[in-house]
Structure formats: structure tokens, C-alpha cells
Design a protein around this ligand. Structure first.
Ligand code: COA
Length: 189
């Protein structure tokens, strides 16, 4: 039990009181609707997530079993689609534009731990917020990881399983770990 209360105390030190309440509310909403199959599930998630996200414009196509954390810092534009198994943690703030598509099992996490020095253990260090921006018309392939603090420029396509460690150029196609530009989506003039 002492371990449990210690965990709560540590978690609370990372959040405001309002943030902690939202964290619990978002877990509850996701437990109720996160795994609901069929079009009804898609509809309910779009409706209820609209109430708890910082901003969700238009209709979002959210497949079952997508995890959202810190939704009070998550802003999403119109026409958002995301496939199952994806994990989006907005602890440092995430802003997503219009017409953005995320494949399955993508990780977008906007927090980092300070890793310098041996003490204290990384486990015990506070999360450093590192905002992520995903601009309009971006497609992120299955299994990709978007590192904290990154901006994915308008029109970028990210290859499956890529690890994106640097911000991208508009309309670039980037692949690999670490992700590198392989071409532009816009034909050279
Ligand atoms: C990024 C992507 C769109 C590029 O497609 P493309 O423009 O047709 O590119 P190509 O297949 O011609 O590949 C170009 C080069 O990048 C490499 N490449 C492509 N995708 C890659 C990936 N995910 N990881 C590593 N390298 C990759 C290719 O091997 C090729 O290298 P080469 O020139 O040395 O032969 C595609 O490969 C991809 O990853 N799509 C995501 C699919 C997916 O996740 N679908 C489900 C989610 S909705």
C-alpha cells in the first residue's frame, strides 16, 4: 500500500490538481469507449473524446485500442484518423493539424527524462515537457516513433517503423531509424 501511495505522490508532483482529475477522467472514458468495436465505437469515441480533449475539431476516426494520455494538452484539427495500438502522450503538449493519418502502433510522446548524472535514478526524475507539432496533411506509417520536441512539417510522410529524431521538411518522405529524407513528395520543377 505504501508503494501505491508513493506512486500517487510522485505522479501528483508532475501534474496540477486539475490535470490529475483529468488524467483519471480520461482513463475512465477510454475504459468505457476505447475498445468498443463497430461504427458505434467510432462514433462514441469521436463524441466523448471531443468533450475531454483540449481541442478536437470536426470528426475523428479513432480505431479501437488507441491510448491517449494528458488529453487536456492535446489539440487536434479536422479529419484525424488513427489506427489501433497507437500511443499518444501529450504531457508536454501536442498539436496536430488537419487531415492527419496515423497508422497502427505509432508512438507520439512529448515528455523526456533528464538522464545526466548517476543520481537520482531516472525513474525518480520529473518529466521534462517537450511539445510536439504535427502539421496538416501528414501520414505516419505503422510502428513509427515520434520523439519529444519534434515538428513534423506539413505534407510529411513517415515510413513504417521509422524513429523520427529531427524535425522534418515540408512534403518530405522520411524513413528509417533515425529517420532520413529519401525524397520530396513534390516533383522537382
Ligand atoms: C514511406 C513509404 C510511403 C515510401 O513509399 P515509396 O515512396 O513508394 O518509397 P519506396 O518503396 O520507393 O522506397 C524508397 C526507399 O526507401 C526505403 N524505405 C521505404 N520505406 C521504408 C521504411 N519504412 N523503412 C526503411 N526504409 C524504407 C526503400 O527500401 C527504398 O530504399 P532504396 O532506394 O535504397 O531501395 C512506404 O515505404 C511506407 O513505409 N509506408 C507506410 C505503410 C504503412 O505503415 N501502412 C500502414 C499504416 S496506415
Amino acid at each position: 500500500m505504501a508503494g501505491f501511495f508513493g506512486f500517487i505522490r510522485e505522479k501528483a508532483s508532475n501534474y496540477s490538481f486539475g490535470g490529475l482529475i483529468m488524467d483519471q477522467l480520461e482513463s475512465l472514458v477510454q475504459w468505457l469507449f476505447g475498445g468498443l468495436p463497430t461504427f458505434i465505437g467510432i462514433l462514441f469515441r469521436a463524441m466523448f473524446y471531443k468533450l475531454i480533449f483540449r481541442r478536437l475539431r470536426g470528426f475523428a476516426w479513432i480505431q479501437p485500442r488507441v491510448t491517449f494520455v494528458c488529453v487536456h494538452k492535446l489539440r487536434i484539427g479536422k479529419r484525424f484518423g488513427v489506427n489501433s495500438g497507437t500511443y499518444i502522450n501529450a504531457i508536454g503538449g501536442i498539436t496536430i493539424g488537419d487531415f492527419v493519418l496515423l497508422g497502427s502502433n505509432v508512438t507520439v510522446s512529448s515528455g523526456q527524462h533528464d538522464i545526466e548524472g548517476a543520481e537520482p535514478p531516472v525513474f525518480a526524475r520529473a518529466t521534462i515537457p517537450k511539445p510536439i507539432v504535427i502539421e496538416d496533411d501528414v501520414w505516419i506509417g505503422a510502428g513509427a516513433v515520434i520523439m519529444p520536441g519534434i515538428t513534423i512539417a506539413k505534407g510529411t510522410v513517415i515510413g513504417a517503423n521509422s524513429v523520427v529524431t529531427k524535425s522534418t521538411e515540408p512534403y518530405s518522405v522520411v524513413v528509417g531509424a533515425p529517420a532520413k529524407k529519401v525524397r520530396s513528395r513534390i516533383a522537382a520543377e
